[in-house]
Design a protein around this ligand. Structure first.
Ligand code: CU
Length: 440
């Protein structure tokens, strides 16, 4: 099968004289082809998904973002621990305008991130129309000999339905359930063939869909999780399947010492009590592994992580995701989003434990900007391994406790459900991180 390269284009980037990594990115309407269908999508730099931005931990970055759409938008650098002022979704970019995001990456920030629009009320339509791209931060663990020798693919997972040459419009019910597309896209293609060399194969997966969950497996082949969101794990963790809710990322290793043809599948998963899951697995991509027999040893250790709190730590506050009917609205702690209201206040320098509750009958992925967290327990069960997360799925009826690190910055950030429809319909809250108290 011949197809264009399923590897996304690289971003327009160069090194400035002072060493700063400079990147340019534009959002624009673009005519693209999905399978046999032509449509008018929205893209970054003319490709769906947008180009892969590759950065290095610790470096200074300037990113010039230009809006060539016919509507306001903005750019959110999802998961990056940078000052809130350098990634403020309240700031909207008018058509024709360019804004610059300037920041420094933290020393130990290697991981898998992504970028997408975040202008409140417009997110769903713009992201559904194609606006999303991968952002990779490389660091010391990437230079471990096992990882340096691995074949690596970044897989951006999106879905789309097309109607009359445009991304299909939402039906009223889809503003409640979250819209899922008929086409499952891996790097903008329906069921691509990805080539890799024998040995270790590394897959960085990004769920860039507005609402679809991916329940991933490679039948007959164990997976080893080495990273989640913007974090390495301390050591590889064997998993058979992996649930990836909207916004989540996973960094996986496959041991493939001899030539093989493997299938990446999306298994059935019911994310709502109202929905009937598909009965069968859907093939997402083929992994064609070629070459002579080669060892495929896993790295023993990846990166030490600091534990923020014990699993039995008491919560400092409670965040409840909810919904109401007539009119249908999505809520955080009983309230619909108001950009002028500060919903939670914390102090810079503090570590907090939050209890996240989802009493609704559907899953909601919780996301907090800028400040990472560690999962302590899910329904009282301690999380089996450490990772810094920025998205955690709350299953219907589930209670999850997390520990959050507010040491780095002060400023205003948002927490929200990462189902774009729910976020646009009010399931979002403003968090103010106050500067530390000055002692005279
Ligand atoms: Cu939700």
């Amino acid at each position: 099968m011949s197809s264009p390269s399923p590897i996304s284009a690289s971003a327009r980037q160069r090194r400035l004289e002072d060493g700063t990594h400079f990147i340019e990115l534009s959002a624009l309407p673009t005519r693209i082809r999905i399978g046999e269908t032509d449509l008018e999508a929205l893209t970054y730099d003319g490709t769906l998904p947008g180009p892969v931005i590759t950065l290095n931990e610790g470096e200074a970055v300037r990113l010039a973002f230009h809006n060539a759409l016919h509507a306001p938008t903005n750019l959110h650098l999802h998961g990056l621990q940078i000052p809130p002022q350098a990634d403020d979704p309240h700031r909207v970019v008018a058509p024709g305008q360019t804004v610059t995001h300037a920041f420094e990456l933290l020393p130990e920030s290697a991981g898998t991130y992504w970028y997408h629009p975040h202008a409140h009320g417009r997110v769903t339509r713009q992201q559904w129309s194609g606006l999303a791209g991968a952002l990779i931060v490389r660091g010391a663990p990437d230079r471990l000999p096992e990882l340096a020798a691995a074949s690596e693919h970044v897989l951006v997972l999106q879905d789309l339905s097309v109607e009359q040459g445009l991304p299909a419009p939402h039906a009223p019910m889809e503003w409640m359930s979250g819209k899922e597309g008929q086409h499952l896209l891996v790097n903008g293609q329906i069921h691509p063939v990805l080539e890799a060399a024998t040995g270790l194969v590394r897959l960085r997966l990004i769920n860039a869909s507005v609402a679809r969950y991916y329940h991933l497996a490679v039948p007959g082949h164990p997976l080893h999780l080495i990273g989640q969101d913007g974090s390495f794990l301390e050591a590889p963790q064997p998993v058979n399947t992996l649930l990836l809710s909207p916004g989540e990322r996973a960094d996986l290793l496959l041991q493939v010492p001899a030539a093989a043809r493997l299938e990446l599948h999306d298994l059935p998963y019911a994310r709502s009590a109202h929905a009937t899951p598909r009965a069968a697995a859907t093939p997402l991509a083929t992994l064609e592994v070629r070459g002579p027999q080669r060892p495929a040893h896993l790295p023993a250790r990846l990166r030490p992580l600091r534990r923020l709190a014990d699993a039995d730590a008491r919560p400092d506050r409670v965040v409840v995701f909810g919904a109401s009917m007539d009119p249908p609205r999505f809520l955080v702690n009983g309230q619909s989003y108001d950009r002028h209201r500060i919903d939670l206040e914390v102090r810079q320098g503090s570590t907090e434990v939050w209890e996240l509750r989802n009493p609704t009958r559907m899953d909601h992925p919780f996301h907090l900007h800028v400040f990472p967290f560690q999962v302590l327990t899910r329904n009282g069960v301690p999380e089996p391994f450490l990772a810094w997360r920025d998205v955690i799925n709350l299953r219907a009826g589930e209670t999850v406790r997390i520990a959050l690190d507010f040491s780095r910055f002060s400023g205003d950030v948002m927490l929200h459900c990462h189902i774009a429809e729910h976020e646009d319909r009010g399931m979002m809250a403003n968090v103010r991180v106050r500067p530390p108290e000055v002692t005279l």
